[in-house]
Design a protein around this ligand. Structure first.
Ligand code: NAD
Length: 497
C-alpha cells in the first residue's frame, strides 16, 4: 500500500505518528493509499524550518523570486498529465475537468510571476516642506493554508504561490482525502529552485489544524472548506492574533428569466450543477425559474439529466465521475431521500445507478427536484452533490429577495437578454461573485475570489490584488533630511503648512 508522508525542509518526512488515514480511488471504491496524519510536534517542527527559511527568502529581490516561480510554471505545465491523473485517481472528477482546475491554479502561478510590479509601493514627494513619504508592503513571516478535498491542486494554488511570491514561507495542510498532488506540487517547486523550508506540506486532520491555530510563529491562516469549520478557523486564528481568511460553503442560485435564451441557460446549468458531480463551491445547486419559464426549463433539464454519462474519470466518455467517498455518497443520497420526504417533486432520480465493472465505486446519477420551497432543508443546506433544485418564483424581485435572504453568498448568475435586468441584478445582489449569462463566474487569477455572508469569514478574498494585500503588511515611512536649519522641540501635533 502506498504511504503518503509529509514534505518538510525540502524532503519527504515521515513524521512522528503512526496514525494514518485511508485514501480511496472513488471510481473503483478501492483503498489505494494511506496518508500519515501529522501531530502537533510534526507541525511545530515544520514551522521551525519555515521560520528559518523566511530570513533569506524574504530578503531576496522580488524579481529573483519571480524567476523561480516562472520556472515552476514551466514544470507544472510539463508534468500536468501526471498531476491531473493524481487528481482524478483520488478525487474522482473527470480528466478534462481535473486538467481545467489545474490550469486555473496555474494561472495564479502566472499571476505571481508579476510580483515585482505588484509590490511596488507608493511615494509622495513633499508631504510637508522637504518631507517625503512612502508606503511599502512587507511579507508577514510563516503563513499556513488548510484546504478542502474538492480542488486538491487549484485551492492550494490560490494560496501558496501568492504567499511565497510576496516573500513569506508556507505550511500547507491539504485535505486528507486526496493529499498526493500537494506533495508533488511541493517537489516541483523545489526542482524549480525554491529554497528548502519555504514550502512545507504537513498532512493530517484536526490535530494538525489545531496546532496551526495555536502556533505562535504562524502569522496568517488561509482556509477553504465548509462553513462550520471556516467559522471555527476564523474565531480561533483571530483569538491567537493571526490574520485570517476563511472561505466556507455555498448554495449558489441561477436565476432563469422568461426572456432568456433557454438552450444557453439549460446548457449552462447542466455544467454548473452536475460538473464535478456538484462538488464545487461554485456549483449552481438552485435554479430559480421566474414567471412562466418553469415548465419549459424543467422539461428541457430533465431530458439532459437523464442522458448524463456517469462513469470513471479516466473514461473519455464520462461527463460526471463518482463522489469522493462512500460517506459523502451516503450523505448526498440521504439529502435526496429527505427532499422526497419534504414534499419536493423528484423529477430525475439518480440514486440507484449501477455501473458494470465499477459496482463498488461511489457513484450517484444526476438528480433533479422541482417545486422546492424555501423552508425545505434541501433548499437551505449545502448538499455538495449532483442535485439541482428548481424553485419557482413569480418575478425578478422575488428571485433577488430569495438569494439575498439565503445565509450563503458565494456565487450566483442570471440568464436574461435584458441588459437593465442584468445590471440591476449585479448591483443589488448580496453575493461575492456574479455571472450574467455565465454559469460559473469564477474570477480569473488577476481578479480575486471570495464570497459574502457565511461563505467567507474575514476581510480579504483570495489571489489577485486581494491575495497580495492578505500576504503583506503595510508600512509607511515619513522622512526628512535636515540641512542647516535645526528645528526646535515641538509639543503640538505637527500639521503641514
Ligand atoms: P471540510 O470543512 O470538511 O474540510 C476542509 C479542511 O478542514 C480539510 O483540510 C480538513 O482536514 C479540515 N477539517 C475538517 N474538519 C475539521 C475539524 N473539525 N477541525 C479542524 N479542521 C477540520 O471541507 P471539505 O469537505 O474538504 O470540502 C467541501 C467544502 O468546502 C464545501 O462546503 C465547499 O463549499 C467548501 N469549499 C468552499 C470554497 C470557497 O471558495 N468558498 C472552495 C472549495 C470548497
Amino acid at each position: 500500500m502506498k504511504l503518503i508522508q509529509h514534505f518538510v525542509n525540502g524532503n519527504i518526512f515521515p513524521g512522528k505518528s503512526d496514525r494514518t488515514g485511508k485514501v480511496f480511488n472513488p471510481a473503483t471504491g478501492i483503498q489505494e493509499a494511506e496518508v500519515k496524519l501529522g501531530t502537533k510536534e510534526d507541525l511545530n517542527n515544520a514551522v521551525k524550518f519555515a521560520k528559518e527559511a523566511f530570513k533569506e527568502w524574504s530578503a531576496k529581490p522580488p524579481i529573483v523570486r519571480a524567476r523561480i516561480i516562472f520556472k515552476y510554471k514551466e514544470l507544472i505545465e510539463k508534468n500536468s498529465d501526471e498531476i491531473t491523473k493524481m487528481i482524478v485517481s483520488e478525487h474522482g472528477k473527470v480528466y478534462e475537468d481535473a486538467k481545467g482546475s489545474l490550469t486555473r491554479g496555474l494561472e495564479v502561478v502566472e499571476f505571481a510571476c508579476g510580483i515585482p510590479q505588484m509590490l511596488k509601493g507608493e511615494f509622495t514627494e513633499n508631504v510637508g516642506t522637504n518631507i517625503d513619504s512612502w508606503s511599502m508592503r512587507q511579507p508577514l513571516g510563516v503563513c499556513a493554508g488548510i484546504t478542502p478535498f474538492n480542488f486538491p491542486a487549484m485551492v492550494p494554488m490560490w494560496m501558496f504561490p501568492m504567499a511565497i511570491a510576496c516573500g513569506n514561507t508556507f505550511i500547507l495542510k491539504p485535505s486528507e482525502k486526496d493529499p498526493s498532488c500537494s506533495l508533488r506540487l511541493a517537489e516541483l517547486f523545489k526542482e524549480a529552485g525554491l529554497p528548502d523550508g519555504v514550502l512545507n506540506v504537513i498532512n493530517g486532520d484536526k490535530e494538525v489544524v489545531d496546532a496551526i491555530l495555536t502556533n505562535k510563529d504562524i502569522q496568517a491562516v488561509s482556509f477553504v472548506g465548509s462553513t462550520p469549520i471556516a467559522k471555527y478557523i476564523y474565531e480561533n486564528a483571530a483569538k491567537n492574533e493571526k490574520r485570517v481568511q476563511a472561505l466556507g460553503g455555498a448554495k449558489n442560485h441561477c436565476v432563469v428569466m422568461p426572456d432568456c435564451d433557454l438552450d444557453q441557460a439549460v446548457n449552462g446549468l447542466m455544467g454548473a450543477a452536475y460538473g464535478s458531480a456538484g462538488e464545487r463551491c461554485m456549483a449552481q445547486s438552485v435554479a430559480v425559474a421566474v414567471g412562466n419559464i418553469g415548465d419549459k426549463l424543467v422539461s428541457s433539464l430533465s431530458k439532459k439529466v437523464e442522458a448524463l454519462k456517469v462513469g470513471p474519470g479516466l473514461d473519455k466518455n464520462s461527463e460526471m465521475g463518482p463522489l469522493v467517498t462512500k460517506e459523502h455518497l451516503e450523505r448526498v443520497r440521504g439529502y435526496v431521500d429527505l427532499g422526497v420526504k419534504e414534499g419536493a417533486k423528484l423529477v430525475v432520480d439518480g440514486r440507484d445507478i449501477k455501473l458494470q465493472g465499477y459496482e463498488k465505486g461511489f457513484y450517484i446519477g444526476g438528480c433533479l427536484f422541482d417545486h422546492v420551497k424555501k423552508d425545505m432543508r434541501i433548499y437551505k443546506e449545502e448538499i455538495f452533490g449532483p442535485v439541482l433544485s428548481v424553485v419557482r418564483v413569480k418575478d425578478f424581485d422575488e428571485a433577488t429577495k430569495l438569494i439575498n435572504e439565503h445565509e450563503y453568498g458565494n456565487g450566483t448568475s442570471i440568464y436574461t437578454r435584458d441588459g437593465d435586468v442584468g445590471r440591476t441584478f449585479a448591483n443589488k445582489i448580496k453575493v461575492g461573485m456574479v455571472g450574467i449569462n455565465i454559469p460559473i463566474p469564477v474570477p480569473v487569477a488577476f481578479h480575486s475570489f471570495g464570497g459574502w455572508k457565511r461563505s467567507l469569514f474575514g476581510d480579504q478574498h483570495m489571489h489577485g490584488p486581494e491575495g497580495v494585500r492578505f500576504y503583506t503588511k503595510l508600512k509607511t515611512v515619513t522622512s526628512r533630511w535636515p540641512s542647516g536649519v535645526r528645528s526646535n522641540p515641538e509639543f503640538v501635533m505637527p500639521t503641514m503648512k
